[in-house]
Ligand binder design. Sequence first.
Ligand code: HAM
Length: 410
Amino acid sequence: MLQKPRGTRDFLPEEMEARRSVEATMREVGRRWGYREVCTPEFEDLDLFTLRSGPGIIEEMYVFEDKGGRKLALRPEITAAVVRMYVNEAKVAPKPIRWCYFADCFRYERPQKGRYRQFWQFGVELIGADSAAADAEVIMVAAGMLKATGVTFELKVGHLSFMKNLVKDLDPILQRRVMAHLDKKDFDGLSATLSETGKSDLCRALTDLVACRTLDEAFAIAGDIPDKERVRQTIALLDASGLAYTLNFGIARGLDYYTGTVFEAFAENLGAENQILGGGTYRLAQLFGGDDVASCGFAIGFDRVMVALGDIPRKKDLVVAVICSDEGRARALAVAQAFRDAGIRTETDLSGRGIGAQVAHAAKSADFVVIVGKREAESGEVTIKDLQSGEQATVPLDVAVAKVAAHGAR
Ligand code: HAM
């Protein structure tokens, strides 16, 4: 028996219905903030991802050559693609541009709970607004979207300038190693790397920075950072909005295009893979041939949100089964269509079974059966039975439709 590829999942109807309802909730929050949906290709030129991150990222991606010898990659995330699209299609559009997306991404990772090789992100990119208000808006949208889904989460907000100010005298390769340790919260690794180079003081300062939870403490540890006023303003706006968050200057973000404000959210019951959202400010447009435009965005790990939410109570879809005898078969099509036209989920027999067998089958999943037998075919009425109450009546079709519709509206 063939199996699906490692790190991918199949979704049965119940799960798809739950996913679609959470997706709709997120989409609605995006709409209310003015973020309009865009869509980019599933695969892109490999350069789109290696230009900024270097060839090291190839290890973590699905990379292939097409029949024309082009090097392509399945997108590991959507931000780079959205910025490429901005440069290609919307450079002259009025700023700021508010875009959102819901799409699948592919990363060649070791699969485990909450970590897949194909996963979905719901993301937002705000392009062309360079202000504390812009950063604060994106963080508020992120928190609003997560909150609307009902997931319990902790939001952490930081700024890369503190960390960068502390490591600015290290050579660039060492800087990246240090940031990578911090991103993984690997303090033993950080200590080993820095003591190798005789920088134990720096290790202490970075560890203190990661632990501190107020702006003033962070300024005291990291010194005068270039974006001091902007950081203060962003935090003041977040406080004014009443958002629940903690400051965390240890957020380094794995992707290396972030420039300033960074934020992440964590859900409670996910185990090791508990980061459900990540984002921040970045500048990528110039790298792809555009102007040097400031951007800020985030992506929610949709699958992790679904795992964190667990079983979602769903509004049950009412089901009508139209049962017919051979004489009623032609009319049953029109009867079923009348229910469908009223927005009611309606199924008919496709196997030519007898009425008894059809009713027995319908009893497994339907709420109502509507019988179109010989008698009904002649009278122009239908017999409707509520399978839960057992109540049965022979009535005109429009009365039967109204009865089910009224039940659904309850
Ligand atoms: P990221 O942190 O790499 O950021 O991914 C965003 C979210 O996607 C993560 O917080 C996590 O919930 C989810 N995620 C990542 N990898 C996996 C996986 N293998 N399986 C399941 N979920 C996963 C970005 O991708 C940036 N593009 C976010 C952004 C948008 N920054 C600015 N704009």
